[in-house]
Design a protein around this ligand. Structure first.
Ligand SMILES: O=C(O)COP(=O)(O)O
Ligand SMILES: [Mg+2]
Length: 226
């Protein structure tokens, strides 16, 4: 069987170690004949800009599934409001000095600088009656609704593209990619990935970062999977 599309995480997956785009991965992605969706914990404008500059067509999942768009000429939709996240943020601010990242551009979740004790914060948050969880992408810690994730985002976006989430191969590097591995047809973790994402993967590359994505796409081609 052949998969019909790719969904790729951005940071840690199509980038280099210092977060700049991995040029060989860009070349490989551009050479594909099937749609490539970008899925990120970052903001919608970041995802759309990346899609434009890579030469893709604007299908993106941003804010860990909270925001999605299918084309550049459409504005995008937001799946959640910030209200509950703000409550969690106020509560945790009593215990830690927290720094928000890009608050002007985030509509559905709060991203925080990774300079506080996540384990302690997760335990404290349990005492609150909020549908909010914390995910660590290794680039930021996200305070987000338990109802949104990249998997839910992929299901919605796939439908808008006339596809099913199982038609996609997902490539990722960290715990915020888990749900999109679960709903996609095949999951590939890059070599620098978390243990948790490697365990959930159908295939793990030897190479890391963008080099891992090149290896993943070559593997799929060599097996006739795309
Ligand atoms: O913004 C971040 O935390 C990084 O997100 P990503 O690895 O999902 O692209
Ligand atoms: Mg990542």
């Amino acid at each position: 069987m052949k998969f019909k599309a790719i969904v790729a995480d951005i940071d840690g997956t199509i980038t280099c170690e210092k977060r700049e785009l991995h040029l060989e991965a860009m070349k490989k992605i551009r050479s594909l004949k099937i749609p490539v969706v970008l899925a990120t914990g970052n903001t919608l404008c970041y995802a759309r800009t990346a899609s434009m500059l890579i030469g893709l067509d604007g299908a993106v999942i941003a804010e860990n599934g909270g925001a999605i768009a299918i084309r550049f000429d459409l504005q995008g939709t937001f799946e959640e409001s910030l209200e509950e996240c703000e409550k969690a943020y106020s509560f945790l601010s009593e215990y830690f000095k927290l720094t928000k990242l890009d608050p002007l551009y985030r509509k559905t979740e709060i991203a925080l600088k990774r300079d506080f004790d996540l384990k302690k914060a997760r335990n404290l948050l349990k005492s609150q009656n909020l549908d909010i969880e914390m995910v660590d992408t290794k680039y930021a810690i996200h305070l987000k609704s338990t109802k949104i994730n990249k998997g839910v985002g992929l299901q919605k976006l796939a439908g808008m593209m006339g596809l099913k989430s199982k038609d996609f191969v997902a490539i990722g590097d960290s715990e915020n990619d888990l749900e999109m591995f679960e709903v996609s047809g095949f999951g590939i973790a890059v070599g620098n990935g978390d243990e948790i994402i490697k365990e959930a993967a159908d295939y793990v590359t030897e190479d890391s970062f963008g080099g891992g994505t090149v290896e993943a796409l070559e593997f799929l081609e060599s097996k006739g999977l795309i």
